[in-house]
Ligand binder design. Sequence first.
Ligand SMILES: [Mn+2]
Length: 274
Amino acid sequence: MKIVFCIDDNPRYLMLARVAVRSLRRLYGDSVPVLCVYGGQDESVMQGVRDEGIALSCYAPVLNRDVVPAQFHRAIGAFLKLELALVPELAEDDFVLYCDSDIYFHSRFDDLLEIRPPYMSMAREDTAPFFHNVEQMEYQYRGKRYVVPMPFPIWTYSSGVVLFNLARLRRLDYIRNFLAYCEQNLHHIGNLDQSLLNYFFGKRITKLPPSCNCPPYRKEARREGRIIHFHGPKPWDIRPALWKDLRINHYAWFRERWYDLLSPEEAALVRSWE
Ligand SMILES: [Mn+2]
C-alpha cells in the first residue's frame, strides 16, 4: 500500500515531509512506496521532493484558492487529501495510507496496512464530543438536492492519518458528490478538511487504534505509539508561550529523534524557526 503525503508551498511542510519519509524508510527500507501530492507550481518545492527520492504528483485540486475561503489559504494543502481518489498517480490504487507531513514513524505498523475499510479509517482525537450549531447541511449535485444530517454527538476523528478506500470513493463518482458537498459547505467548518470528513462521512468512518496517530505529548507515546503525529507544536515550536500544555511527556524526546534525521545545514535552518 502506498503511503501518501500532501504539501503546499509552505517550506516548513516540505521539510516535515522529507523527515517523515526518512523515518519511514528507516523502518521499511528505501523501496517503501511513497507518493507526495503537491498542489502548487513552485519549482523549488518539486525539486525538494525529487531530491529526497520521493515520487511526485503535481495535482490541480478542485478545492483550490478560488473555491476555498481566504482564511483557510494558509493551510490550503490540508484539503488535498480529500481528493486523493482523483489523483492520476493513484488511479490503480484501491487503498492508500495518507499521513500528514508532521509525522514521525516510530515503529512498524504492518497490521494497519492490512485494514480494508468501507470508506476510511481514522483514529479518534482526544477531544470531547460536540454538537455543531447546524443540524444538517445541504448541497446540490448534478441537479439534485442532498441533505447531510450531522452525526451527533460528533466524536472527532483526526485527519492526520487516514486509510482511504479510494476504490469506494471512485465508484459512481462518489468523490465528485463529496467534493460538491465540500465546496458548498466550507463556511460551516471549524477545522479545515477534518471537519468535512467528520461531518460528511460521520459514523461511516471506522476506527484506527490510537497508536497509529499518537501525539508525542501522550504518556504512552514512546512505548506504544507507532505513528507519532506532531499535532499542535511542531518539532521547532519551543517558545514558552506557544503550546506549552502540549510540550509534555515525550514531546522533547521525539523532537530530538526528529532533529537527528536532519543534515547539519537543515538543522541550522530549522533552528532559525525556533
Ligand atoms: Mn498534522
